[in-house]
Write a protein that binds this ligand. Structure first.
Ligand SMILES: CC(C)(COP(=O)(O)OP(=O)(O)OC[C@H]1O[C@@H](n2cnc3c(N)ncnc32)[C@H](O)[C@@H]1OP(=O)(O)O)[C@@H](O)C(=O)NCCC(=O)NCCS
Length: 154
């Protein structure tokens, strides 16, 4: 299989059996990762929890809370070995399609101001800053603000 085909994800629903692998990835890509409980609560709540597989591996995943008015992108992650190959953008497009199919008029998310990779991805996908939440994230001794981004769906 060509390298390019390897980076076209196959999507499937996240299941409880995925959580060991998902939590392991989470710990490698975030300073303050989601816990297993955050994922199992998302599954129990019926949020849209999807795995993106490339070459039979979990390359990334997303969690979207969709409602008719607005959708919230709660998690979007690409495993370290799969980063910088277009997969994050692909999963983001997939998450936006979920929101649109659900009838959402906008997609909202929060991101750390220090997360340059994610900010660049969201900005180039049409997201715009609408608010800041002061001291929202844990960040060692201090706390870090959250930037609230919104994508308006046509
Ligand atoms: C943010 C993240 C999802 C991007 O995934 P990715 O598969 O590496 O990104 P892509 O290859 O699809 O790149 C899409 C765009 O993101 C930006 N980007 C990705 N990695 C970047 C980096 N290290 N530095 C700067 N910009 C970066 C670029 O704008 C890129 O577009 P370009 O390739 O045209 O320059 C990934 O880095 C990740 O999982 N990080 C850890 C988890 C996280 O922070 N999630 C977001 C929480 S809000």
């Amino acid at each position: 299989m060509s390298a390019q085909l390897d980076t076209i994800p196959r999507y499937r629903h996240m299941a409880a059996a995925d959580l060991d692998a998902v939590v392991a990835i989470e710990k490698t890509v975030y300073s303050h990762p989601w816990t297993r409980g955050n994922f199992s609560d998302s599954l129990a709540a019926g949020y849209h929890c999807w795995i993106a597989e490339c070459a039979g591996e979990i390359a990334g995943y997303t969690v979207v809370m969709a409602a008719p008015g607005e959708a919230h992108l709660l998690n979007l992650s690409v495993a370290a070995p799969w980063q910088r190959r277009g997969i994050g953008r692909e999963i983001l497009n997939f998450a936006v399609r979920i929101a649109r199919d659900y009838g959402a008029a906008k997609v909202l998310l929060e991101v750390r101001p220090s997360n340059e990779a994610a900010l660049a991805l969201y900005a180039s996908s049409g997201f715009a800053e609408i608010a800041r939440r002061r001291s929202y994230y844990p960040a060692g001794v201090e706390r870090e603000d959250a930037i609230v981004l919104q994508l308006t769906l046509q």
